[in-house]
Write a protein that binds this ligand. Structure first.
Ligand code: AMP
Length: 120
């Protein structure tokens, strides 16, 4: 379930960002992923970490992506530190009923205000 997001086969909005077709406010880039600010932030800091590889969501991920998934979480913590956050929340919505609207795996990193639990 993985293809390169840098080829047109991945036509999600995040594929278009990865291909440079639409701009983003990027805060991190490496060989495996990029991170950029969410266009509709739900907290003072709201960043999305996305793999360059097109993985639809965690439901579709497999053992092949084990190292990549670990990397995404480490980058999430790194960008949170970069933003000066002592506390932050990471969220991965998997499936429409869970609130996933973009079908390219992404880790939300949110912080900068108290965050209630449980989420809605
Ligand atoms: P989800 O609902 O978990 O699939 O999250 C998708 C997120 O992508 C939402 O928080 C959107 O605000 C965000 N988003 C959609 N389009 C863009 C974009 N062009 N640049 C940055 N964030 C975006």
């Amino acid at each position: 379930m993985a293809d390169s997001a840098e080829t047109p086969q991945n036509d999600t909005i995040f594929g278009r960002i990865l291909r440079g077709e639409i701009p983003c406010d990027q805060v991190h880039a490496d060989e495996q992923c990029i991170a950029f600010r969410d266009v509709a932030p739900q907290a003072p800091v709201h960043i999305l970490v996305i793999p360059r590889e097109h993985v639809v969501n965690l439901v579709e991920a497999s053992e092949k992506q084990a190292e990549l998934l670990g990397h995404l979480l480490l980058v999430a913590a790194q960008v949170a530190r970069q933003e000066g956050l002592d506390a932050f929340r990471t969220v991965i919505n998997s499936g429409a009923e869970a609130g996933q609207t973009v079908f390219h795996l992404h880790v939300h990193v949110m912080g900068g205000r108290p965050l209630a639990w449980p989420p809605g």
